[in-house]
Design a protein around this ligand. Structure first.
Ligand code: DGT
Ligand code: CA
Ligand code: CA
Length: 366
């Protein structure tokens, strides 16, 4: 129908740290660090991510928190523990908006999704550029989060385009530019070329993607095996036919209701959530979804909204699972809060469509 595909990769900028900035705009011009605290001593643990101001001090994902503190000494840096529930809610909201723009949508992580916009743009890359600007603007206005988009003729090129200019970036690589765009980059920018593989490639005289593209494919197959050898050869030549596969609906289904009276009585809350579960469950069933995550919301008398979530190992589709988890989450919540609840909500997310999953090459790399 169209000569080529138009694929986007959207990646949210310094995501966990940007979420913290969103709920506390006063910290925007300070170094912001989000860390996973191991709890042994006050500063043991690792940096999960940081905003771009903190990155100027060498503070980035994976470094120890004590080192981050040392680098940022004398600045007005602020540190936060990871709040996965909150980042998950913002992610869901963005993913829901993104998914309305496309016919094929594939969420790959909490802050990344592929969009196949071939139909929407009629295979035209100039249209795609404008379309991406609109998407970025829409997310900025509706959610308040900036993101980076890479556009290419396939997932591989879109991903590398996205990585090439951050934050708030928009990089377009047309089909005829793709090979040249990849050529000068180091070979380990390709998915699947890890440290060990890259060392092996360097021994073979391969440094850049161009070196890899020109390398004898038979020889690659001898060294890396048929699947990987062919994959490396194709990838380096900007060939990638992996489809954008719907991993299930990225969004969530939720219902919220106001209680007859403000309360922190578990049974009264459960009466309300049972009603909400019925409605949510009906919608989930109609759509043929199974789900992995169950959440509750509580809006307290101080009008502050709190949530608690639980994510299951495997997708399920039983109403009883929702009910059981809602009860546990409410109990947990009540134990941690002393305020009366005014409104309560139930949310189900992490959807999978009931269809056999196609095995993809990307699953090969775990
Ligand atoms: P970016 O995309 O370079 O602007 O920055 P981020 O922070 O969005 O980086 P990305 O896209 O690689 O990762 C998305 C989120 O995943 C990030 O906000 C926090 C989390 N994350 C990334 N790397 C690590 C890590 O090494 N450890 C932990 N605990 N979390 C990480
Ligand atoms: Ca990101
Ligand atoms: Ca990412």
């Amino acid at each position: 129908m169209f000569q080529n595909r138009v694929i986007m990769l959207a990646d949210f900028d310094y995501f966990f740290a940007q979420c913290e900035e969103l709920r506390n705009p006063a910290i925007r011009d300070k170094p912001v660090v989000v860390g996973v605290y191991s709890g042994r001593t006050e500063d043991s643990g690792a940096v999960s991510t940081s905003n771009y101001i903190a990155r100027r001090y060498g503070v980035k994902s994976g470094i120890p928190i004590f080192l981050a503190k040392r680098n940022l000494e004398g600045t007005d840096a602020v540190f936060f523990p990871v709040d996965h529930d909150y980042y998950g809610q913002i992610s869901d909201h963005i993913m829901q908006i993104l998914s309305t723009y496309v016919s094929s949508f594939e969420q790959v992580s909490i802050d990344e999704a592929y969009l196949d916009v071939t139909l929407q743009t009629e295979g035209n890359f100039e249209k795609a550029y404008l379309y991406a600007q609109r998407i970025k603007q829409d997310i900025k206005v509706q959610v308040g989060i900036s993101l980076t988009i890479g556009i290419g003729p396939n997932k591989l090129v879109a991903k590398i385009a996205c990585d090439s200019q951050k934050p708030d970036g928009l990089t377009l690589v047309r089909p005829k530019e793709a090979v040249g765009f990849l050529a000068p980059l180091p070979a380990d920018r390709l998915l699947g070329v890890g440290k060990k593989t890259f060392v092996r490639m360097e021994q073979m005289g391969i440094k850049t993607i161009e070196d890899l593209a020109k390398f004898d494919v038979q020889r690659l197959i001898e060294v890396f095996g048929k699947t990987l050898g062919l994959y490396f050869h194709n990838a380096a030549n900007a060939i990638d036919n992996e489809p954008v596969v719907e991993q299930g609906d990225a969004g969530s289904i939720s219902k919220i209701g106001t209680l007859k009276q403000d309360t922190r009585d578990l049974e009264l809350l459960l009466q309300k959530t049972d009603e909400l579960v019925e409605t949510v469950y009906q919608e989930v069933t109609e759509k043929g979804y199974s789900f992995k995550t169950v959440s509750i919301y509580a809006v307290n008398v101080d009008l502050v909204s709190k949530s608690r979530s639980f994510t299951l190992e495997q997708p399920v589709k039983e109403k009883e699972v929702i009910k059981r988890n809602v009860r546990v989450l409410l109990e947990k919540y009540l134990a941690e809060s002393s305020l009366d609840v005014r409104r309560v909500g139930v949310r189900v997310s992490g959807f999978r469509k009931e269809q056999p999953q196609q095995k993809q090459l990307s699953s090969f790399f775990g």
